[in-house]
Design a protein around this ligand. Sequence first.
Ligand code: PMP
Length: 406
Amino acid sequence: MTQAAILSRKADFPGLMTPGGDAWHYLDTAATAQKPQAVIDAMSNALGRDYATVHRGVYSRSADMTLAYEAARRRVADFIGAKSENEIVFVRGATEGINLVAHSWGGLNLKAGDRIMLSQLEHHSNIVPWQMIAKATGAEIDVCPLTDDHLIDLDALETMLTPQHKIVALAHVSNVLGSILGVKRAAKLAHSVGAKLLLDGCQAAPRMRLSMTELDCDFYVLSAHKLYGPTGIGVLWAREELLAAMPPYQGGGAMIDTVTFENSTYAPPPQRFEAGTPMITEAIALHAAIDYTQALDMEQLFAHESALAAKLRSELRAMNSIRLFGPDKSAGIVSFEMEGVHPHDLGTILDEENVAIRAGHHCAQPLMAHLGVSATARASFGLYSDESDIDALLRGIERTTRIFGQ
Ligand code: PMP
């Protein structure tokens, strides 16, 4: 796919316009991605003309909906290189996926004296669930440091890991810095001490070709809304035998085999972990999002966003007032600080120029503390981004410089 072929996609995204019809330079895809019309249409049809519940109805609309819901599960399995659709649990998002693993797997397998390994750059959703289960079980948390160029330091991980570590939970790609984890080595290190490896794939899934067998992790989570799909649905992947050994996370309809007042028995995974009426329309829209994204070739998508990130970094590096964070070779996410200008002020001025960036701690306060800032400005790219977005951002930064008299 050529650069031009990617650029032509902007027109597929109705959200990339202001209400007045001007271009909107959306540089906050790491928070949530804009949706192509194909996803909006799939959701609309699923909520309208095709709508019915799944797994229960004997009427044909419900049977069709069940087929569509399960087809979405198969599509996800194929997209992430899973062996079977039974490895795919639909959850509310990456946050719920990590909570599920922490409470179900962690509740069963962690005890006082055990250790949990996280890293300095984790999102709060890959910290707080582990703190909760650590408090409940008596396990303790260790934090793997970063290298000088803000990658998770795998040499340090090697020296820190012990047989007491039962789980290592790391971001595949950092939502703040775009740092890419050396997954194969991390998996080898975790497994060498008998620990499981959970990868937070929120930022990797929309940018990289995934193969669960090649990655050799034990748990993988992602959120559909960052993958050009809807909010309210995400994926937890784990091998069937690992899921089969885990107790349910929530109880209710659809996750049982038999129920009496004395006892209940549970369905096999993945249904065991999907209590209640599932996210039917969201699953169908996620299917459409994967169809749309995968048609573009994930490797070229990654190269496209990385090239935009590299160009933005080189432009920002040339400005005296900018401090850049993160490694030079990164996924399409760039965090920076402007001397004498709070990121919120920068974000507000850029908004006047129809440029949307994220300003804040990005749900990564421990990382902010490590960087010595309370907040950063972050520009993040998606498959629809192009150089016009960078140009608009740079124009906005120049205007901010003038306003602040630098
Ligand atoms: N991990 C990372 C790296 C993220 O970027 C995000 C979303 N900002 C999350 C976890 C949480 O995802 P969600 O809010 O969709 O559950």
